[in-house]
Ligand binder design. Structure first.
Ligand code: FES
Length: 566
């Protein structure tokens, strides 16, 4: 390490008398029952995120204990500390609004408290991105540990896992093919263990990205939350954090342009969540790393989908772990990866991948030459409707709708959609294109509302998918022919605000384009009268509204992006 570990003497409270500050701190530390010998050791902080509002982090106490065991055994003093925790389904209006708050909390508490390295424990969708963003900016030696995915439940012999099955059964309930009694029974079987969603949703995608970046220990992304190996991984993460005190490896050495490109390849290959694009952009942006939309599309076109998991395929995360996990994926992707990247252990990727895996289940992780799909899961679309870009998950869409032109049916807000989408008098037909405005970062905090419900009267006729467009996000566990993250968003006067019911819209996956088929002069005329919605005046929501960037910049706060702290 370039700097000697400071232990309890690091980052002193400022009383204008450093000796007094040390004396007082030692005295107060002793009140926690710590001996002089313990207080002389270097310190590994453990950023823990338990919460009565976060089911995905139910195993946090066990993980903190296991990390602490590893830290102690390796000769340092573990100091767990809380940060805010974001439970996906317990936050209004959306957890996305609080990701940056958690990132600031994490960065500031890492920097303000006396620790020489840190283990970050997160899991639920926004927590791992927030922790990686904070760690990248704090830039002290850091390791990411995830809580791990849930195991599946059973309903009448069928395996169930949050949350792809939540959505498919809800769709059947709306269409009238699943009864009230059945949906109540299903509700109790969807989330039956501790851990994050059981499919390749945002949480598991981000766990894979953390490992692909090199910020988590190899082989740890997919271990189920309730598997004993998850606790072993926690203990080993604690031990590895102490090794960081010697090597001094910092996040800025691990998260590089090349490792970000590797993580993008992994995202494409696993059929990962659309949300991960925004999060990876924000994490990379903390270190001044930018990947263009064109480069992202190139990576997507070169990278096959190899992982057969819901929501793209059939399996669950527990199958992925048993099949060989991310290590097996990386070995298949080897010809496409930058092999000279380094992980938190200082291991070069080429060396990690030189060791063969004893077993890979090819029904879950396909070989490179027999992919689930020959091209990657996500692409950026551009065009007159989204001049700065939009995201499309082709891996989870209906190929017959890839080249579509249709009539727009516009909902002007989330409230408007909720009020009218199931109205029997709604003027909508199969082949129309549903458009939701004012659900972007400025307007609504960018909730996961982009998975617009199929209008009930069409669902009951058997319509299962339609082209749907919005400036919102979509859950990583969702599926459909859905265009998301349209930028600029409607609430800042993007062309999305100009769409009117009856306009024609064209989607072309082949051309990677999304166009409003209205003359440019008419779009400009409609937008000339545009007035942005009123801004919140106080508190965090005002800070958010005034400083959040658009999706292609990662929805970070504009004053947090850039280079890491010195
Ligand atoms: Fe936490 Fe899905 S709700 S990962």
């Amino acid at each position: 390490m370039t700097d000697k570990p400071h232990g309890i003497g690091g980052g002193l409270t400022n009383y204008g008398d450093p000796d007094f500050a040390r004396y007082l701190r030692r005295s107060f530390a002793r009140s926690m029952g710590l001996s002089t010998e313990m207080l002389a050791k270097p310190i590994v902080g453990i950023a823990m995120t338990p919460s009565g509002f976060n089911n995905c982090h139910r195993s946090m106490d066990d993980l903190v204990e296991a990390v602490s065991r590893g830290v102690l055994a390796a000769g340092a003093l573990p100091r767990p500390f809380p940060t805010i925790s974001l439970g996906e389904v317990f936050l209004n209006p959306t957890s996305m609004m609080y990701r940056n708050l958690m990132a600031m909390d994490t960065e500031e508490m890492i920097g303000a408290q006396p620790m020489d390295a840190v283990v970050l424990i997160g899991g639920c969708d926004k927590t791992v991105p927030a922790q990686l963003m904070g760690a990248a900016s704090a830039n002290i030696p850091a390791i990411q540990l995830v809580t791990g995915p849930m195991s599946t439940g059973r309903y009448h012999g069928q395996r169930l896992g949050a949350c792809t099955d939540c959505r498919s059964f809800w769709g059947k309930y709306r269409a009238g093919t699943v009864s009230e009694t059945q949906i109540t029974e299903i509700e109790s079987q969807l989330s039956v263990t501790a851990g994050t969603c059981a499919v390749m949703g945002t949480a598991s995608t981000m766990a894979c990205i953390a490992e692909a970046l090199g910020m988590s220990l190899p082989g740890t992304a997919a271990i189920p939350a309730v598997n004993a190996h998850r606790l072993v991984a926690a203990e080993q993460s604690g031990t590895a954090a102490v090794r960081l005190l010697t090597t001094g490896i910092r996040p800025s050495q691990v998260i590089t342009h090349k490792s970000v490109e590797n993580a993008l390849r992994v995202l494409m290959c696993i059929g990962g969540s659309t949300n991960a694009i925004v999060h990876l952009t924000a994490i990379a942006g903390r270190l001044g790393i930018r990947i263009s939309a064109e480069r992202m599309n190139q990576i997507s076109d070169e990278t096959p989908v190899l992982v057969d998991l819901k929501p793209v395929g059939e399996g669950y995360m527990e199958d992925f772990h048993a099949a060989g996990g991310l290590g097996a994926v990386l070995r298949e992707l080897k010809p496409l990866l930058h092999l000279d990247t380094m992980d938190v252990e200082g291991t070069i990727l080429a060396d990690r991948l030189a060791e063969p895996l004893p077993y890979v289940d090819r029904s879950i992780i396909r070989p490179f030459n027999d992919p689930v799909s020959p091209v990657g899961g996500l692409i950026t679309l551009k065009g007159s409707l989204a001049p700065d870009g939009a995201i499309f998950k082709r891996a989870a869409a209906t190929p017959q709708l890839f080249e579509s032109e249709g009539r727009a049916v516009v909902f002007t807000s989330l409230d408007d959609m909720a009020a009218r989408v199931d109205d029997p008098d709604l003027d909508v037909a199969e082949g129309d294109i549903l458009v939701l405005q004012n659900a972007g970062p400025h307007a609504a905090g960018m909730p996961e509302a982009g998975y617009l419900s199929i209008p009930k009267k069409l669902a009951q006729k058997g319509v299962k998918d339609m082209v749907r467009i919005s400036d919102a996000r979509m859950s990583g566990t969702a599926f459909g022919t859905i265009v998301l993250h349209v930028a600029p968003e409607a609430a800042i006067g993007g062309p999305l605000a100009a769409v009117r019911t009856g306009d024609r819209i064209r989607l072309s996956v082949a051309n990677k384009s999304i166009d409003l088929l209205v003359p440019a002069e008419e779009i400009a005329r409609r937008l000339a009268g545009f007035a942005p919605p009123p801004k919140p005046k106080r508190g965090y929501k005002a800070l958010y509204r005034n400083t959040v960037t658009q999706a292609p910049e990662g929805c970070d706060f504009d004053f947090l992006a850039g280079d890491a702290a010195p």
